[in-house]
Design a protein around this ligand. Structure first.
Ligand SMILES: Nc1ncnc2c1ncn2[C@@H]1O[C@H](COP(=O)(O)OP(=O)(O)OP(=O)(O)O)[C@@H](O)[C@H]1O
Ligand SMILES: [Mg+2]
Length: 259
């Protein structure tokens, strides 16, 4: 695989806050959240349901605006969605009327690439996620795992500096999930894209991340969502989930998550 390298962008999150209106007045979902992410870093975000993980990701994606604080990608303030940030959610969000190839080539076409260039780029990313043989099929002809691979290829084909993933493997069976984790690890190594990955699986977080961010709080806890701890994972890759050091990280992080 050649020429898939794109430099990731650093991310600055400073004193970030988000309030939502409610019938009882505004409620604070996130407050005082600070995080510096280096270019090319892989960050996993874990924390109890409702602590604000998706809200933070949506603000980074530019789908929601912060109520307070600072949010910068590549040194520039986030003002809305942009091609520098690719977003992958749990539901694949593919265009059902387009083939795999057309889904993946869609982004480059939108940003003005010629049909030929877009096709060449799409072919490269389809290969990167191992779907060359099904490039001419439609999404509904593929398994969930394959559709999620298409979603990842489609986002990567825009060559974003930042990849934002919100429980992307949450709907997949364990076997498919494992193989996509290994694939994502390889893709991250090959592209150097700064990645923020929200997951409910501590094992997945420890497997993938350079650092695991543990969030806590949230409206239902009567406090605002914030960073509770940041745990570096300095284990050699590919990681062995049965390794003692791996298990130790997993235990420590699980103990930090409030239930
Ligand atoms: N658009 C919205 N309007 C009002 N409240 C919202 C909105 N989006 C999120 N919230 C509230 O903000 C809090 C954080 O939600 P968020 O979806 O970020 O949590 P999460 O950590 O992603 O949870 P989960 O693990 O269940 O996905 C929740 O209490 C939620 O109800
Ligand atoms: Mg969420």
């Amino acid at each position: 695989m050649t020429s898939t390298v794109n430099l990731g962008a650093p991310i600055t999150i400073a004193a970030l806050g988000k309030q939502f209106p409610s019938e009882q007045g505004p409620v604070t979902a996130v407050a005082g959240l600070d995080l510096e992410i280096a270019a090319g870093e892989f960050i996993a975000v874990v924390g109890a349901s409702g602590c604000g993980k998706s809200t933070v990701l949506r603000m980074l994606a530019g789908f929601e605006s912060p109520t307070s604080g600072r949010l910068e990608v590549g040194g520039a303030p986030v003002r809305g969605p942009g091609p520098d940030r690719g977003v992958v959610f749990q539901d694949y969000g593919l265009f059902p009327w387009l083939t795999v190839q057309e889904n993946v080539a869609y982004g480059p076409r939108q940003t003005g690439a010629s049909r030929r260039d877009a096709a060449a780029r799409a072919a490269r990313y389809i290969e990167l996620v191992g779907l060359t043989r099904v490039a001419n099929r439609f999404p509904q002809q593929l398994s969930g795992g394959m559709q999620q691979r298409v979603a990842i290829a489609r986002v990567l084909c825009n060559e974003p500096a930042v990849l934002l993933m919100d429980e992307p493997f949450g709907a997949l069976d364990a076997l498919t999930r494992g193989s996509l984790q290994r694939e994502l690890e390889r893709i991250h190594r090959e592209t150097g894209t700064t990645t923020l990955f929200v997951t409910h699986s501590v094992e997945e977080a420890v497997y993938l991340a350079d650092r695991v961010v543990v969030m806590s709080g949230g409206i239902s806890h009567g406090t605002a969502g914030h960073v509770q701890a940041v745990v570096p994972v300095q284990l050699d890759r590919p990681r062995d989930v049965n390794d003692a050091a791996f298990t130790d990280h997993r235990r420590r992080i699980s103990a930090l998550i409030e239930h």
